[in-house]
Each structure stands twice: as structure tokens, then as C-alpha cells.
Write a protein that binds this ligand. Structure first.
Ligand code: GUN
Length: 295
């Protein structure tokens, strides 16, 4: 039997209706949420992601500004701009689109963002909060995956979860968030020996490797929930995930498509974190103390 398709686009749209109402409420209170996006260089995929993020802000009533820098800019110029944005009271969230050019030190850039404005959840303070189960701004992609699982009624506690990919943006925070909800978590990479032996034990399989269609039906447990974070441009111009959707959908219980799966959720959770940041200032909650409302 064919798997249930988890429609990320529909889930994200429904959430965005909620976020819009929250943003409007904050605007009425004189605190319109504001996001600044920094992009360096002319990576085509990054430009599209940034455009989509700004469009989503506009549609949700979030103020946004884009700060573009050329590929060869000195890192100091970007650090200077971040310092200005840290002090700008119209801006509640600062996002530096990754990847950055090779001459940049990502760690230094991320560390310079005020942790309370780090709506990507990449600052060490926010990573520390995530590790200890106190995340205020969970990284947007794994946060979106958790929301999809919740909205699809997928049980997490006690389940075997396997994450394929160990990036700081997706794999590592994803594993921590599943662990926090009581899953037994295994982290693999595309290089893991006997990868299929691990993936075949997964009740929940999350794949974020950037290797198109690497997960095939024989690597999946019957009835498993398969979440595909990959988005790869194929030579014929079409998009493909890291999961071989056509074969895996015949074996899985639930599966996300590409496009229309995790991608729209990442943007929805960025809006959520930005509104959270503004809401905390409006209601006088410390920007970095978990009050138990998140994740
Ligand atoms: N590049 C790919 N995904 C992301 C993300 O979630 N945040 C940022 N800042 N850059 C990215």
C-alpha cells in the first residue's frame, strides 16, 4: 500500500495563518516583528531561499530587510553590519544565509549575532539551550520536521529514529530534538558502514545528506515514517530529494515529498522564531529563557 504523503506545504500554510494573527497582535501593541537577512555573494540557491523568506515575511506581516554583500567583501564589513542590527530595535531576528564564501569564518559571524536575535538557533548559547532541552529558538529545519511529525500524529517516544546526516544546521539538532521527545536516536552519515542495517531499523528516518535518491526502498522498514530534507537540482532541471520517493512511498507508512515537504516548514518555523523573539520583548520575557512553550 502506498504511504500517506505528509503535505508540508499545507501544514506550513495552516501554521502561517496562526503566525499572521500573532504578528498582527504584536503590531497592534507597537511591536511589529522584524527580520534582517544577510546574504553574501551570489549563490543561486541562497538567493532563491532568501527571496522566499522575505516573501513569507511580507505575507505574514513581519517587517523584513535584506542586506546584500558582494562575494569579495571583507568579513569585518559584515560583522560591523551585524553589530548595527544587534542594536536596531526594529529588528528582532537576524539571519545570515549559509553557506558563506570560503574566506569567512562562519563561527565568528554566528557568534557576533545577539543570541536573543539568533532566530536560526545557531549561536552557541542557543545550541547549548537545545542540548539541555531548553531551546528557545530551535533551528528552523529540524523544528519544522518536529512540527510535521506532531501534526501528522506520528508517535516519537520509544521509537527508533535514525538521522542520516550530521550537519550543524539539520542532522545534529534533529537528533537532539528527537532525543528530547523520547526517541532512541542513531546518527549516521552517507559514509556509515552498512548504512541500510541502521536505516532498516528506523521507525522514523530523517535524511539530510545532499545525495540525490540515496535512500531506496530496500533500506526502509515497512510502515516507517520517512522525512526527506534533501533538495537537489538534477541534470534535467528537476528537483529530487535524498530519498527515492517513487520506490520508498510503496513501502513507508508516511513520507514527505520534494518539493512541498520540509522546505515550506523551514520557512514557517523561521517566521515562528522571529515572532517569538518580538513577542518576548513586547511582554518583557527574557530573550533566552525557555518558558516551556516551544518545541
Ligand atoms: N542555508 C541552508 N539552510 C539554512 C538555514 O536554515 N539557515 C541559514 N541561515 N542558512 C541556511
Amino acid at each position: 500500500m502506498s504511504a500517506v504523503i505528509i503535505d508540508g506545504k499545507a501544514i506550513a500554510s495552516a501554521l502561517r495563518v496562526e503566525w499572521k494573527a500573532r504578528a498582527e497582535y504584536l503590531k497592534e501593541k507597537g511591536m511589529q516583528p522584524g527580520l534582517a537577512v544577510i546574504i553574501v555573494g551570489n549563490n543561486q540557491a541562497s538567493s532563491i531561499y532568501v527571496r522566499n523568506k522575505v516573501k513569507a515575511c511580507n505575507e505574514t506581516g513581519i517587517y523584513s530587510e535584506v542586506h546584500e554583500f558582494s562575494e569579495n567583501i571583507d568579513e569585518c564589513e559584515v560583522l560591523k553590519r551585524i553589530q548595527e542590527l544587534n542594536k536596531n530595535s526594529k529588528i528582532h531576528g537576524i539571519l545570515v544565509q549559509l553557506p558563506l564564501p570560503r574566506h569567512f569564518e562562519d563561527r565568528r559571524i554566528i557568534a557576533s549575532i545577539e543570541a536573543g536575535k539568533d532566530v536560526d538557533g545557531f549561536h552557541l548559547n542557543n545550541i547549548g539551550a537545545l542540548v539541555t532541552g531548553n531551546a528557545v529558538y530551535p533551528p528552523c529545519t529540524p523544528y519544522g520536521v518536529m512540527k510535521m511529525l506532531e501534526k501528522s500524529g506520528i508517535q516519537i517516544e520509544g521509537q527508533n529514529a535514525v538521522v542520516v546526516g550530521r550537519s550543524n544546521i539539520v542532522g545534529k539538532p534533529m537528533a537532539l530534538m528527537l532525543l528530547e521527545k523520547g526517541a532512541t536516536v542513531t546518527i549516521c552519515t552517507s559514509k556509515t558502514r552498512d548504512l541500510a542495517e541502521h536505516t532498516r531499523r528506523a521507525d522514523i528516518l530523517v535524511v539530510a545528506t545532499g545525495k540525490p535518491r540515496m535512500i531506496t526502498a530496500k533500506m526502509v522498514k515497512p510502515g516507517a515514517t520517512v522525512i526527506d530534507v534533501g533538495i537537489n537540482r538534477m541534470p534535467d532541471g528537476k528537483l529530487a530529494g535524498d530519498v527515492d520517493f517513487d520506490s520508498v512511498k510503496e513501502k513507508a507508512g508516511h513520507i514527505t515529498p520534494v518539493p512541498g515537504g520540509v522546505g515550506p516548514m523551514t520557512i514557517a518555523m523561521l517566521l515562528c522564531n522571529t515572532i517569538e523573539a518580538a513577542g518576548r520583548i513586547q511582554s518583557g520575557i527574557e530573550p533566552q529563557v525557555n518558558t516551556g512553550n516551544n518545541t
